[in-house]
Design a binder for this molecule. Structure first.
Ligand code: COA
Length: 187
């Protein structure tokens, strides 16, 4: 995993403990964790999230990036690749995901950051496909998957929470055929 990815409006970078305060502010908003929890995170939950991400990063494996606006340096959430251990039926694979501050929604930022994450992921010869998993009620997340050129794979159920889940999938070949010319990943 690289330290940093730049798009025209976003910086995707490694997490640090300094992110704790601002991330807690974003994660406390109920809209941010409506799916799957129906409520915002406590400060302790955000700390646990951050500690897990920092530990994952240290292993050199796939881990979501802290995502900030380039113009202000403001942290707005995360975008990136991770391993969906919670859904054994799709393993082994890598998942692309996103979670942003509602103040940043509706400007194409999730799609922009996800394209950069996919371009980086598929630059690794080890990555042959990615999945993305959402609750079908979470229409905005499903739209991002469609805009990325992902295709429906299956409907299933979360093994412990019992929630309906929809899985989208994108192979390397599909990615290569859908990347728009002049995509907005700053190289
Ligand atoms: C999902 C999320 C990251 C999208 O971020 P974003 O930066 O607003 O996404 P984009 O602007 O790139 O694209 C959003 C798409 O969803 C559409 N959309 C937004 N809200 C929608 C809604 N309620 N119903 C249907 N479509 C919706 C937008 O119109 C856009 O599609 P379009 O460009 O084809 O019109 C953001 O809503 C979020 O952080 N949600 C909370 C966290 C979450 O649920 N994460 C996903 C868990 S699976």
């Amino acid at each position: 995993m690289v330290d940093e990815l730049l798009t025209s409006r976003l910086r995707l970078r490694r997490w640090t403990q300094k992110d704790r305060g601002r991330l807690a502010e974003v994660f406390a908003k109920p809209e941010v964790w409506r799916f799957p929890f129906g409520r915002g995170f406590s400060v302790e939950e955000t700390q646990a999230f951050l500690a897990y991400r920092i530990a994952e990063q240290a292993t050199g494996g796939w881990a979501d990036w802290a995502t900030e606006l380039r113009d202000s340096g403001r942290l707005i959430g995360y975008i990136g690749l991770s391993v969906p251990h919670f859904l054994p039926e799709v393993m082994p694979t890598v998942e692309i995901g996103w979670r942003l501050d509602p103040l940043a929604w509706g400007r194409g930022l999730a799609t922009e950051g996800a394209r950069a994450a996919l371009a980086h992921g598929f630059s690794s010869p080890d990555l042959h496909e990615v999945v993305s998993i959402y609750e079908p009620q979470n229409a905005a997340s499903g739209r991002v998957m469609m805009r990325l050129g992902m295709r429906f794979d299956r409907d299933t159920v979360h093994p412990t929470r019992g929630l309906a889940l929809r899985v989208y999938r994108l192979s390397r070949a599909e990615w290569e055929s859908t990347v728009p010319d002049g995509d907005d990943v700053a190289r």
